[in-house]
Design a protein around this ligand. Structure first.
Ligand code: ZN
Length: 487
């Protein structure tokens, strides 16, 4: 008999092969067995009866301690990952942005320092390409260093981050050649600039306030940019991932492109599934400014449909926390609002409550969008993303119906407000395990700061899952732990 260090007993266990009522046996950091009545002699036993046992969530879109909009986002690796753990998140992927004049290696070094010694859970980074001509020859080296996902922004000229079509095209060619993947923030920069300048008058700012954030970003600003990025993806064959897709038009474009075999994948964020732009009419509407902004109820419906049909593959958060004091920097000018919202702590509760309990998706589909797909697409599968033998023992145990009321004062995030303040949500994690360690117990963080590890990768994108079309970077066998054999 295998001896298990920990047995999670009598849960409703969600696995890629289906959901079953039973046990999960853990040896060291790995899931060693799934069964109906595992031997618990000498094991730590965690009672999961009456609960769902689901794979740890991967939030593959976060910005912790990011210098942005003239300030620095308020959740760092300590508070951000503690917040994540309470929401069942066991892996985060952040965006490493080169310092002014810096290389891609510098970007990774800077972000490694932010995470090391602080992160409660495992992490890695997408590497942002901000000056294509200077950085293009550094991309291959970053793949060899274990970073297989890159990011370009089609806006943010003022931050020094903007990429043009030459950069998108050239980067996608390299993605194709290196088996890597390009993430793109798709908004149409010049039209957006024009619309912002038209409305940037004292009278209109006084009349419309924070609503101008939505008024100046009509859906075509995102839709055109997605179309253009998809065009370059189709032309080059390089793998493309549209981050934080917020429009129904975007979903239509992705669906059509995927139907003709274009290697494009789309992510949405949970705020686009549960909020709409009526929030900007509130007295505190400026707090809700994120980029892109939440859209219309019809977009909310289309994105849920896209999750169900398949053209929306991942739900993330784009966590970029700013406090009320930071948000107050706007002083009535919407172009000066630090853009972003807290999200890590509520990703799973919102998706579970509105998605699963709301009857929009099944719990298995939720786990696909929060765990399995992100792990596969980001090159972390099968180590992460599913409850199966040989995978890291990253798990969340959630009660099917018990709710907690969202209240910033009782949360781990540094945000002193929440977009969901007062909402009753099920799906907060009663128990979170990361590589076999209990890091949340009875809804409280108990894990040790700095225990999280950097996750090197060798693949990314759909190619990672299609051996036949895989280019030059196959998974090494050493990256795949052998399943523990029953004796
Ligand atoms: Zn982002």
């Amino acid at each position: 008999m295998t001896h298990f260090d920990t047995v999670i007993k009598s849960g409703n266990v969600v696995t890629p092969a289906g959901t079953f009522a039973g046990d999960v046996g853990i040896v060291g950091e790995k899931i060693a067995a799934l069964g109906l009545d595992l031997d618990t002699s000498g094991s730590k036993v965690i009672d999961a009866s009456g609960h769902h046992v689901i794979p740890g969530v991967l939030d593959v879109h976060v910005h912790l301690e990011l210098p942005f909009c003239g300030t620095v986002s308020a959740d760092d690796y300590r508070t951000g990952t503690r917040a994540g753990a309470r929401g069942g998140v066991t892996t985060v992927i952040d965006f490493a942005i080169p310092p002014a004049g810096g290389t891609l290696d510098d970007a990774a070094d800077v972000w490694m320092k932010k995470a090391e010694g602080k992160s409660l859970i495992d992490y890695t980074f997408h590497i942002c390409i901000t000056k294509f001509q200077e950085q293009k020859d550094q991309i291959k080296g970053m793949v060899e260093r274990g970073f297989t996902t890159f990011k370009e922004f089609m806006i943010y000229e003022s931050e020094g981050w903007q990429s043009d079509d030459r950069a998108l095209f050239g980067t996608l060619e390299r993605m194709r050649d290196y088996g890597a993947m390009l993430l793109v923030h798709a908004e149409s920069a010049r039209v957006l600039d024009e619309l912002i300048s038209r409305y940037h008058t004292p009278e209109l700012m006084k009349r419309y306030g924070a609503r101008l954030h939505a008024i100046t970003r009509p859906n075509f600003v995102e839709a055109e940019a997605i179309q253009r990025a998809v065009q370059w993806c189709e032309a080059t064959g390089g793998q493309l991932y549209i981050v934080h897709m917020s429009t129904g038009e975007g979903a239509d474009t992705i669906r059509a492109a995927q139907a003709r075999g274009v290697p494009v994948i789309a992510e949405t964020c949970v705020q686009y599934l549960v909020l709409d732009d009526s929030v900007f009419a509130r007295d505190d509407g400026h707090l809700f400014a994120c980029c892109p902004q939440v859209k219309k109820p019809k977009d909310v419906e289309r994105l849920w449909a896209g999750l169900k049909h398949g053209e929306v593959s991942v739900i993330s958060t784009d966590t970029c926390t700013f406090t009320r004091e930071q948000k107050a920097m706007w002083q009535g000018d919407w172009t000066k609002i630090p853009m972003g919202m807290p999200g890590l702590e509520t990703l799973l509760p919102l998706t579970y409550t509105r998605g699963v309990l709301g009857g929009r998706i099944s719990i298995e589909e939720m786990c696909m969008k929060l765990s399995t797909n992100p792990a596969r697409i980001m090159g972390l599968y099968p180590r992460k993303g599913a409850i199966q033998v040989g995978a890291d023992a990253d798990l969340a145990i959630i009660h099917p119906t018990n709710t907690l009321t969202v209240s910033p004062s009782s949360m781990e995030t540094n945000a002193d407000w929440s977009p969901y303040d007062g909402w009753d949500l099920a799906g907060f994690s009663r128990t979170t395990l990361s590589r076999g360690d209990v890091i949340v117990d009875n809804y409280k963080v108990v894990g040790k700061e700095g225990r999280g590890r950097w996750l090197p990768r060798t693949t990314a994108g759909l190619a990672a899952n299609r051996a036949a079309s895989m280019p030059s970077t196959p998974l090494r066998s050493s990256d795949l732990e052998q399943p523990v054999k029953a004796s």
